[in-house]
Design a protein around this ligand. Sequence first.
Ligand SMILES: *Cc1c(COP(=O)(O)O)cnc(C)c1O
Length: 348
Amino acid sequence: MRSYVFPGDIEKRISAIGSQPIPYMRTDEFSRINKDSERILLKLIHCKNGRAILYTGSGTGAMSATVENYVSTKKKALVIDGGSFGHRWYEMCRYYGIPVFNYLVPFAQDIDYNDLEKTLSREKPDVFLCQHHETSTGQLFNLEKISAICRRHKISLVVDAISSFLAEELDMDALEIDICIVSSQKGLNIPPGLSVVFLRKNLNGHPWGRKGYYWDFEDNLRNLSRGQTPFSPATTLFLQLHARLEQLEAEGGEVKNIARVHHRAGIFRRLCREYGWEIPAEVPSFAITGFQTKEKTPGKVFRSLIEKHQTFIMPGDRPGFYRVSHMGLQTEEDLRELAGRIHEFETE
Ligand SMILES: *Cc1c(COP(=O)(O)O)cnc(C)c1O
């Protein structure tokens, strides 16, 4: 099997942890592992003296936690809705009855930052929610520009960096991002099931909203101070997370991993040009390549890759639009073979 979705193909050493006996988790040993994971995570995202809450739950759980505990303490939110993940922020705000302005961005386009600033002056939100990389289209938003605008208008910035963490440079402190969210199955390249909420140090002591029992920040932070979780953790995933983080730390942090992802994206994008596949994203993230094939029979490429080669790519919202992740293990040869097969099936 070959996987070009999330998490992609995982290193054997990491997947092997999943077949080991599961240790009891209410121990000093397990606490030390989690404290160490928190330390490395904070380093990788540049969030000095901040906190990283580890949740058993997918990325959307961490988004929900953020809305329940933080966004709910604000008067009005503004959401960048440039695809299905941006739209999720909007739906969550509505779900919890938080006044929200939905700033729509057309498919795969960048934000018009001047217009955005005008909208902020008019709408006066006090919290700004966006994605770093809108995974549904492949578009990367400019956090430097967003951060500067938020600073000028004194708006708290919350970023879903689920699919850009370890694929794009990201410095929470420098960008003054108050909350960042990541999850295990994207840049970290371990199985799905864990997510992380990063809180910048200035949020220390914030009166949290406490609108959801499972995701409660206070309860989770209190437990995490001793390396524990309020409820049963996905123990195996926590061990895989730590092993992966140690590996990243040993290779000097996030820089090498980001370079690897960039390199693979570069290779695949050259292949897209060779086959005449357009990449619609105005500013594509290196995390995935979203490309428009010339597929004749809708869904043919997707199904044939599975049926003939046990290979997974991600379909998109439009016919013939596919996404290939660059997060897992993949070589130049793998990508060449994949592109060749996609080409073969698109003409059928
Ligand atoms: C994958 C993803 C999510 C949702 O994560 P789940 O793990 O499926 O809950 C949210 N935001 C972005 C940008 C993503 O790429």
